[in-house]
Write a protein that binds this ligand. Structure first.
Ligand SMILES: [Zn+2]
Length: 272
C-alpha cells in the first residue's frame, strides 16, 4: 500500500461517524422518510369500492426499497385490501384466507393458459355477484410463479388476466423496480374495470405518480441511484472502495473485487 493509499484510507476512516446516524424521521403512516412521503397524495377519504383486493405477498417483496402495496392499502377504505405474507398459501397463520380463496366470487389475476379476460367477467349488479375478491401475487415474476406452483388451492380459483394494460408509463419510468410497481398498477386497473369506474385507477395511482415525478425532478433514473438516495438522505454514509476492500481483507491494489461502493448503514443492515 502506498503512502497515498494509506492517506486515503485514513481519510475514509475519519469520515465515518462514531455513532450510527440518527434515525431519519419517518412518516407514521407510510413509514417512509418524510422527505419522500407520498401520503398527501392519498385520497382525503379512502376509496370505497365494492370489490376487495387480496394480496399474496412474497416475503422478499416487503424488504424492497420502494413498495407500492401500502399505497393501495392506504388508498382503499379499511377492510378492502388484505395482505397475506408467505411463499405458499394458505398457511395456518393466514386467518380467513382459505374461505376467501374458496369463495365463488374470488378471482385470481394470473396469466395462465386458462385465464380469461377480466373484462369478460359478469358485471357487478347485473344478475351476477355484487362484489369480487381480486387476488394478486406480489413479487417478482419468478417469485409469483413459485407461489403459484406451491399453492395448489390457487389452481382451483377462477383465473383472470388483463388484456388491455393501458398506460404503464410509471412502470417504465421507474425501472428496474419490476414487480412491486406493477402490483399497484395492476390492482388499480383491474379494480377500475371491475367497478366500471375510471376514477378508481386515477385516484389510486396518484401517490405513485407523485413519487415518480419527485424522482425525475431529482434526476433519478432508478429509485436506487446513489445520487437520489443521498439527496433524499436515505443513504447516510458511503465508504470508499479502498477502505471497503481493506475491511474485507482484499488487496487494495487488486482490481478483481466487486467495483461498487459499499453502504455502511444501509436499510438491510440497520434492520438486522
Ligand atoms: Zn407518509
Amino acid at each position: 500500500m502506498t503512502a497515498e493509499d494509506l492517506q486515503e484510507v485514513w481519510g475514509d476512516l475519519v469520515g465515518i461517524p462514531a455513532d450510527p446516524p440518527a434515525m431519519r424521521e419517518l412518516c407514521e403512516k407510510c413509514r417512509r422518510p418524510k422527505a419522500v412521503c407520498w401520503c398527501c397524495h392519498l385520497p382525503s377519504t379512502p376509496l370505497v369500492t365494492k370489490c376487495r383486493v387480496v394480496i399474496l405477498q412474497h416475503p422478499a417483496e416487503e424488504k424492497r426499497c420502494l413498495r407500492t402495496v401500502p399505497m393501495l392499502s392506504l388508498g382503499l377504505a379499511p377492510g378492502l385490501c388484505h395482505v397475506y405474507k408467505g411463499k405458499k398459501f394458505p398457511l395456518q397463520r393466514h386467518k380467513g384466507l382459505e374461505e376467501l380463496m374458496c369463495a365463488p366470487n374470488s378471482v385470481l389475476l394470473y396469466p395462465s393458459p386458462q385465464s380469461v379476460d377480466l373484462s369478460d367477467l359478469p358485471r357487478l349488479d347485473s344478475g351476477g355477484y355484487d362484489s369480487y375478491n381480486l387476488f394478486l401475487l406480489d413479487g417478482t415474476w419468478p417469485q409469483a410463479k413459485a407461489i403459484y406452483h406451491s399453492s395448489p388451492l390457487l389452481h382451483s380459483m377462477k383465473e383472470v388476466k388483463l388484456l388491455s394494460t393501458g398506460n404503464s408509463e410509471y412502470v417504465i419510468r421507474t425501472q428496474p423496480t419490476e414487480g412491486c410497481l406493477s402490483t399497484l398498477e395492476t390492482a388499480a386497473l383491474a379494480l377500475s374495470i371491475l367497478e366500471d369506474r375510471e376514477d378508481v385507477r386515477e385516484i389510486l395511482l396518484k401517490p405513485l405518480k407523485a413519487l415518480c415525478d419527485f424522482q425525475l425532478d431529482h434526476g433519478a433514473v432508478t429509485h436506487q441511484s446513489k445520487e437520489f438516495l443521498i439527496k433524499t438522505k436515505t443513504y447516510p454514509k458511503l465508504i470508499g472502495k479502498r477502505l471497503s476492500r481493506l475491511l474485507k481483507g482484499v488487496d487494495t491494489n487488486s482490481d478483481d473485487s466487486i467495483e461498487h461502493d459499499t453502504c455502511l448503514y444501509n436499510e438491510e443492515t440497520q434492520k438486522s
